[in-house]
Design a protein around this ligand. Structure first.
Ligand code: CA
Ligand code: CA
Length: 198
C-alpha cells in the first residue's frame, strides 16, 4: 500500500508539472428541443496561465457522427444568425479565447472538419491573458464513439505544448476521461477516506 501511494505521489507531481495548460470537455445542457434530436453538445475548454496561442485536435469517430449544421462552417458562427437559423447554434466548430469574431486561422494536413472526424490545428493572432476559454464546440450523435488526441499551447508552453491530459475518448456521444485518470480520481477518494478514519 505504501509503495502504491508513493507511485501516486510521483504521478501527481508529473501532472502538476504540466499544469499551465489544462484542457477539459464539458457538456452543454441546452434548453430541451433546441438542440438537434439525437445529439449531445460539448465545449472544449482550456485553462491557460498565459496567452493562448494554438491547439491541435485529432478526433476520429468509429461510429456515429459530428453535427455539422448546413449553415455553419469550420469556425464559430455569428450569433446574430441564430434567430434565422436556430440549429446553427449547435454546429461543430473551432474558436479562440476572444470568441466571435476574433481572427482564427486553421492549418494542417489538410484542415478537416468532417462528419466523422476533426483533424485540425488552429490559432489566433491576439495577445490575451490567463483564463479559462472555450476553444471548440463539438456536437456528437448519442451513438458516437472514437479516439481523441491533441495538444494545446500557450506562450509558456511554446515548442512542446501540453497533451490533452487527462487523456480522453468518445463513447455514447460523450467525452470520457481515460481509465488512468479514473484510477487517480479513485485514489484521491481513498486518500480522503484514510484522512477521515484518522
Ligand atoms: Ca492568443
Ligand atoms: Ca461546422
Amino acid at each position: 500500500m505504501k509503495k502504491s501511494l508513493a507511485i501516486v505521489v510521483v504521478l501527481a507531481m508529473a501532472v502538476s508539472a504540466n499544469a499551465s495548460v489544462n484542457t477539459t470537455f464539458e457538456e452543454v445542457l441546452p434548453t430541451p428541443g433546441t438542440v438537434p434530436t439525437g445529439y449531445r453538445v460539448w465545449n472544449m475548454m482550456t485553462d491557460v496561465d498565459s496567452d493562448w496561442t494554438n491547439a491541435r485536435l485529432d478526433l476520429i469517430l468509429t461510429s456515429g457522427t459530428l453535427y455539422q449544421d448546413v449553415n455553419g462552417d469550420d469556425l464559430r458562427p455569428n450569433p446574430t444568425w441564430f434567430g434565422l437559423a436556430p440549429t446553427l447554434e449547435w454546429d461543430t466548430f473551432l474558436t479562440v479565447p476572444g470568441g466571435y469574431p476574433n481572427i482564427v486561422g486553421v492549418a494542417d494536413d489538410p484542415p478537416y472538419m468532417g462528419d466523422t472526424s476533426i483533424t485540425a490545428s488552429w490559432f489566433d493572432s491576439v495577445v490575451g491573458t490567463a483564463g479559462v476559454y472555450k476553444i471548440a464546440q463539438i456536437t456528437l450523435s448519442t451513438d458516437a464513439a472514437g479516439t481523441v488526441s491533441g495538444k494545446v499551447y500557450d506562450v509558456d508552453t511554446q515548442g512542446d505544448g501540453v497533451l490533452l491530459a487527462p487523456g480522453w475518448y468518445v463513447d455514447g456521444g460523450a467525452f470520457v476521461p481515460e481509465p488512468a485518470t479514473l484510477v487517480l480520481l479513485a485514489i484521491g477518494g481513498i486518500g480522503a477516506l484514510l484522512r477521515k478514519r484518522r
